[in-house]
Design a protein around this ligand. Structure first.
Ligand SMILES: Nc1ncnc2c1ncn2[C@@H]1O[C@H](COP(=O)(O)OP(=O)(O)OP(=O)(O)O)[C@@H](O)[C@H]1O
Ligand SMILES: [Mg+2]
Length: 460
């Protein structure tokens, strides 16, 4: 199954990323190659495979130019367990004491869910078939069958047993047909629901216990006998419930866990955002954890160590780390040397200008213009932009970025939002109309704000 993990070639990966992210070719190339390297490694003989360490990457670039977006899209492509986490989280007051190992636990947990979902997709047909049988049993309990069969056939009580069985089978098939035709969806039946009665779980969860990563619910459920209770529900609800139950019965959890741990170890990816926020060697005063301290904590995980999780021990040697940061103030060379050595690949993302903005507005699958048009379409408003309107929006965004603060493509959101706020507000009353936006209407709507630098700081 490792072979199915990721067979996309670097070029294909770049092509996929191109559908959502404009430019940033160097970064796209690096992450694609890194992803392909995972696959290459899987093809090696086991002894050599263990020698090949992942080449971790740092993406360096100003805010809003697509770093997180690249990682997010990559995660969808890579059929690998993928976790995104802000490195700066570990320095925050609220997180003091939250060990960095928790990211491995989170990743493993994610992988378990991922494998479980895959397997339940595999057993889906079987689970559905078994659920149907159970539904039929509930609709026509076996003990009742004889009596019911008799009722249905309206034959006297002394009929032959064989005949009765035939009849009951017949009834069952009739019911099955009705069930499949959806004629019984609203009928209520009683379903046995096993209920683990564990007091006060909610008080435990979510607080400081997460580091221990003990699932109290799992643990305690061993102590408390599970009570089964009858619950009345509609057939439609019962079906979902029974399918769940049957598919849980069909999935071998030990198997799932083994597979998930293997997947994390062999192909896990962690996107470590805001790495620059923990670089710099000065120690912060106050309750924040020192940045260097966080780097030291991260080191063993990135270099390769064994982390204990509730699914067993997980080795981190081959997990791929992709870090990102603006590195305005600090530089990658401000990271502790050991950590620098673990991120041999550095790629820079360029800042974006008017030309890129025009493309970002229109080309990606999820391009802003497409989003807004689709949103207004739901109100029956046909929103159209002339090419020079798009160009005007892009140049206003670039201009404001230059004059105030460069927030990259995020500026497009604020500009368009402002531009369309009236239309958006009045849309229900504009239903059935086509609204054409041209360069002039863009200028008219935004000129006062652009002229006033202070105003644009607040509004755009
Ligand atoms: N090159 C690009 N192509 C298409 N969309 C982009 C591009 N760069 C940024 N965007 C859009 O801008 C927004 C912000 O981008 P993203 O979250 O990737 O920024 P970032 O580089 O991670 O910034 P930060 O350093 O602040 O985290 C997203 O909505 C994204 O879709
Ligand atoms: Mg980001």
């Amino acid at each position: 199954m490792d072979n199915t993990l990721n067979q996309l070639t670097p070029k294909q990966i770049v092509a996929e990323l191109d559908r959502y992210i404009i430019g940033q070719d160097a970064a796209k190339r690096s992450v694609s190659t890194a992803l392909r390297n995972r696959w290459r490694r899987q093809q090696l003989s086991p002894d050599l495979r263990d020698e090949v360490m992942p080449k971790n990457i740092i993406m360096i670039g100003p805010t809003g130019v697509g770093k997180t977006e690249i990682a997010r899209r990559l995660s969808k492509l890579a059929n690998s367990p993928f976790l995104k986490i802000e490195a700066s989280k570990f320095t925050e007051v609220g997180y003091v004491g939250r060990d960095v190992e928790s990211m491995i636990r989170d990743l493993t947990h994610l992988a378990v869910n991922m494998v479980k979902e895959e397997q339940s997709r595999k057993v889906k047909g079987k689970a559905e078939a078994q659920a149907e049988e159970r539904l039929l049993d509930l609709l026509l309990p076996p003990s009742d069958r004889k009596r019911r069969a008799v009722d249905v056939s309206e034959s006297p009580g002394d009929a032959e047993t064989e005949h009765q069985e035939d009849e009951s089978l017949h009834t069952r098939e009739k019911l099955r047909k009705m069930l499949r035709q959806g004629k019984l969806e609203d009928r209520t039946i009683e379903v046995e629901v096993s209920e683990k009665n564990i007091p006060m779980i909610e008080i435990f969860s979510g607080t400081g216990l997460e580091e221990m990563d003990i699932n109290f619910k799992d643990m305690l459920s061993g102590f408390f006998p599970s009570k089964s209770k009858k619950r009345r529900m509609k057939v439609s609800e019962a079906r979902n419930f029974l399918i769940q139950e049957e598919s849980q019965r069909l999935i071998d959890m030990d198997n799932v866990v083994t597979e998930a741990v293997k997947r994390v170890e062999q192909s896990g990816i962690i996107f470590l955002d805001e790495l620059d926020k923990i670089s710099g060697r000065e120690r912060t005063a106050g309750p924040d954890v020192s940045r260097e301290g966080v780097q030291r904590d991260l080191l063993p995980i990135i270099e390769g160590s064994t982390v204990s999780t509730k699914y067993g021990l997980v080795r981190t040697d081959h997990i791929l780390f992709i870090a990102a940061g603006a590195f305005h103030v600090s530089k990658p060379s401000d990271l502790i040397p050991e950590l620098q050595g673990r991120f041999p690949i550095r790629v820079e993302l360029s800042s974006l200008g008017k030309d890129e903005f025009i493309r970002i507005l229109t080309e990606p699958r999820n391009a802003l213009i497409k989003q807004y048009s689709a949103l207004l379409q739901t109100e029956g408003v046909d929103l159209q932009f002339t090419p020079d309107a798009i160009s005007e929006i892009a140049s206003i965004a670039a201009y404001v970025n230059e004059r105030t603060e460069n927030i990259g493509a995020r500026r497009l959101h604020t500009v368009i939002d402002k531009l369309l706020d009236d239309i958006s507000f009045n849309a229900p009353e504009l239903s059935g109309r086509t609204i054409m936006i041209d360069a002039q209407s863009v200028q008219e709507k935004l000129k006062d704000i652009i002229k006033d630098e202070d105003l644009s700081r607040y509004i755009l």
